[in-house]
Design a protein around this ligand. Structure first.
Ligand code: GLC
Length: 708
């Protein structure tokens, strides 16, 4: 449909139809509760508002999936709607739709934008085949507090990495064609949750956020600013308040910053029920005021609550200036539907869906991504990988046999499609004798007597992280710690494999873990991915993107904290806890590999950086092993003296470097003057003359100093 026809369509709409396009509900009102798995239901809608005529003005549906289900809803809707504007279908496939990939916090430990983009591309293909047009992903909320259950959905504690991976994900979802349209197997991306949702006070979900604008623009806002360069079609406003104003009602956040400073021009959708929640925030006395505040702040589409539809006439009467915003937003919805080709063909191809869902390419990618998201945290005496003499393996623990390794927010992922760790190890090496038990007690004495190696499979259950799952206890369950100690008592060589949606506090058990492979939640091919690492068919090479606290109370904790006048040291009169060692148990950027590569031939192009001359840091990676893998290299700077206090370290560049077996790889990383800029106390971008130190894959020991 060309633009003229779209304009004519807009002109033909009643005001109610316009607000219908700016309202989103779940699909049961069209077809009833036809399929619990493929049709998620919403609240008890006020049927005097969503009556038999109004529901056929609605613009989009959330929570319906599958070609058959979405086609049934679409057909029912188009048959009854006056203008026959097709519905958009939206869903949350944050790490896959039916093929489930590692949780984003795990994916981020690959540091690989291309991998993340490929995961998004495969996810988009499955979503579109299943009749879904918009994905509520990526989430680039910066996180520093593992108590928050939604750290699993994030890309970790560094703002540059989070922004870049979010950008890669948007690119992968939207598959923008040369003419600027979303590809037929692409979906519109929705960047969320704008803004700073990850900074909820005390790590409590939905909690207030309060920070200086400098902290926001330097850190918490930066990932969105970077990801917005990839032009997602949607941004989702966040549940939290920001400096006293609910974001859903904040024109400072949604207009001045998001649209004004960050240049976003497309659609803002509220989070689930967030408009009506303005009443619980106690900034709106009723639904009408909530709707007026949200609409006035720049929330284009109301998700699930129905106050726009209920009060639009009164609101527009009192505030006719909003009509222009309404027309602008409705036109963006119509344009998106047109760009997706829905006016010509509003239906999904049910035959195609069977071809695309769980296709071998997606499943292979899920295994590759699963392997590359794992982080080898410890490996004393090269306890891993299994050696040729390790023939009889006992696998023990709550995660030994389970297929529940998808993680939370696993969309339409099914445990029955997943590979357990037991099956993964058996498939990885058929010559191994593998016996798996939930507990050590369940292992018969003769099996234990003949075993050469024990793999302890433990961690946090998938329901313990995700939305609404903030925790104050980040330790492993007591019985899991006892299991580790009991395995140690057997005197057999052993390693621990840990599944979780967040960093855990391991101080009181880590010394009993000679080898520790952190797997997050790897998804549908979890067991095969982890097995390939345990058996040495591939080496772990991931690096942490979120610091691990020693104990639960040592949160929030992050690598780029500001320096203080009393840096933490042995003295109690320094910035430390009297009852906890200094620093994280495992630091941001930490991760081992079986290759044990070394670095050499470090060089820097100059000892002085200028406006016109970037600095180049070069070095060699030397791989003495038979493993061909990707080494993650991370470069940090330290601004030695600055007028405004700077973080003790700032990550400025990273690379994922393919390293050949028994070979080496040359690496070049640049530092530009732009990298050294920061916001001063008055929010002015500045860079000061002075000395800077360079660190590579190490937060403690600088390798170079240069000056500006
Ligand atoms: C949830 C989440 C958001 C999700 C939305 C729709 O409450 O906050 O991330 O996209 O609702 O499911």
């Amino acid at each position: 449909m060309d633009n003229d026809r779209l304009q004519k369509l807009l002109a033909s709409m009643t005001l109610k139809e316009k607000f219908g396009q700016l309202s989103q509900i779940t699909g049961e009102l069209y077809v009833g509760q036809i399929d619990e798995e493929m049709l998620e239901t919403g609240p008890a809608y006020p049927r005097h508002i969503l009556d038999e005529e109004t529901i056929y003005t609605i613009g989009s549906v959330i929570g319906a999936s599958g070609a058959e289900t979405t086609n049934r809803i679409q057909a029912e809707y188009l048959q009854r709607s006056r203008l026959k504007i097709p519905l958009l279908f939206m869903h949350d496939a944050i790490h896959g739709y039916r093929t489930i990939f590692p949780i984003p916090l795990g994916l981020s430990c690959s540091w690989d934008e291309q991998l993340v983009q490929r995961v998004a591309e495969e996810t988009a293909s499955e979503l579109r085949a299943a009749g879904i047009h918009v994905n509520f992903s990526p989430m680039t909320d910066l996180v520093r507090d593992a108590r928050w259950g939604r750290v699993m959905e994030s890309f970790g504690e560094d703002h540059l990495l989070s922004g870049n991976l979010g950008r890669a994900m948007i690119r992968g979802y939207q598959k923008i064609l040369r003419d600027g349209r979303i590809a037929p197997d692409g979906v519109a991306a929705c960047l969320k949750h704008f803004a700073a949702y990850g900074a909820g006070i005390a790590g409590k979900d939905y909690n207030a956020v309060d920070m200086s604008m400098r902290e926001f623009f330097e850190f918490y806002g930066k990932p969105y600013e970077i990801a917005l360069q990839e032009r997602p079609k949607f941004v989702m406003s966040s549940f939290n308040t920001f400096n006293g104003v609910p974001v859903t009602a904040s024109s400072e956040i949604l207009k001045e910053i998001l649209r004004g400073q960050y240049g976003f021009e497309d659609l803002v959708i509220s989070d689930w029920g967030a408009v009506t929640e303005l009443q619980r925030h106690r900034v709106a006395r009723d639904g009408k005021e909530a709707a007026e505040l949200a609409l006035g702040a720049g929330v284009d589409i109301e998700m699930v609550s129905t106050h726009y539809l209920e009060h639009f006439e009164a609101i527009v009467k009192e505030r006719p200036e909003l009509l222009e915003d309404v027309d602008t937003a409705v036109m963006k919805v119509l344009r998106l539907k047109n760009e997706l080709g829905l006016f010509e063909n509003p239906y999904a191809d049910e035959a195609n869906e069977d071809e695309v869902i769980l296709n071998p390419i997606s499943l292979d990618l899920a295994e590759e991504a699963g392997m590359r998201s794992c982080v080898l945290l410890k490996n004393e005496n090269e306890m891993l990988p299994l050696r040729p003499e390790h023939r009889n393996i006992v696998l023990v623990g709550p995660f030994a046999r389970t297929r529940e390794l998808l993680g939370n927010w696993a969309c339409k992922g099914r445990f029955r499609d997943a590979v357990s760790l037991e099956d993964g190890i058996k498939q990885a090496d058929g010559s191994l004798s593998v016996d798996a038990f939930g507990t050590l007690e369940a292992c018969p004495k003769d099996v234990l007597d003949r075993c050469d190696y024990i793999v302890v499979a433990i961690g946090e259950y998938w329901e313990q992280s995700g939305e609404g799952h903030s925790s104050v206890k980040l330790e492993l369950e007591e019985e899991q710690k006892q299991l580790v100690r009991a395995v140690k008592e057997t005197g057999r060589p052993y390693a621990c494999v840990c599944f979780s949606g967040r960093p855990l506090a391991l101080q009181d058990i880590v010394d009993d873990m000679p080898a520790l492979l952190w797997c997050w939640y790897p998804g549908t091919r979890a067991g095969s991915a982890v097995a390939k690492l345990l058996t040495g068919q591939s080496t772990p090479a991931g690096k942490l993107t979120m610091s691990f606290p020693r104990v639960s109370a040592q949160t929030p904790i992050y690598y780029n904290e500001y320096s203080t006048g009393r840096p933490a040291n042995a003295s109690s009169y320094s910035s430390r806890y009297q009852d906890c060692d200094i620093g994280p148990l495992f630091a941001f950027g930490h991760g081992l590999s079986y290759a044990q590569a070394t670095y050499s031939d470090f060089a820097i192009s100059s000892s002085r950086i200028t406006e016109t001359e970037d600095l180049k840091v070069t070095f060699q990676i030397n791989n003495p092993s038979h493993y061909e893998y990707r080494e993650i290299v991370i470069l940090y700077i330290e601004d030695v003296v600055s007028r405004t206090v700077r973080p003790v370290r700032e990550m400025k560049a990273y690379r994922v470097v393919p390293v050949p077996a028994y070979g080496s790889a040359s690496v070049e990383m640049s530092i530009s003057l732009e990298d050294l800029t920061y916001l001063d106390a008055d929010l002015r971008k500045t860079v000061e003359p002075g000395e800077f130190r360079v660190y590579v894959n190490d937060l403690e020991h600088p390798i170079f100093t240069f000056e500006y």
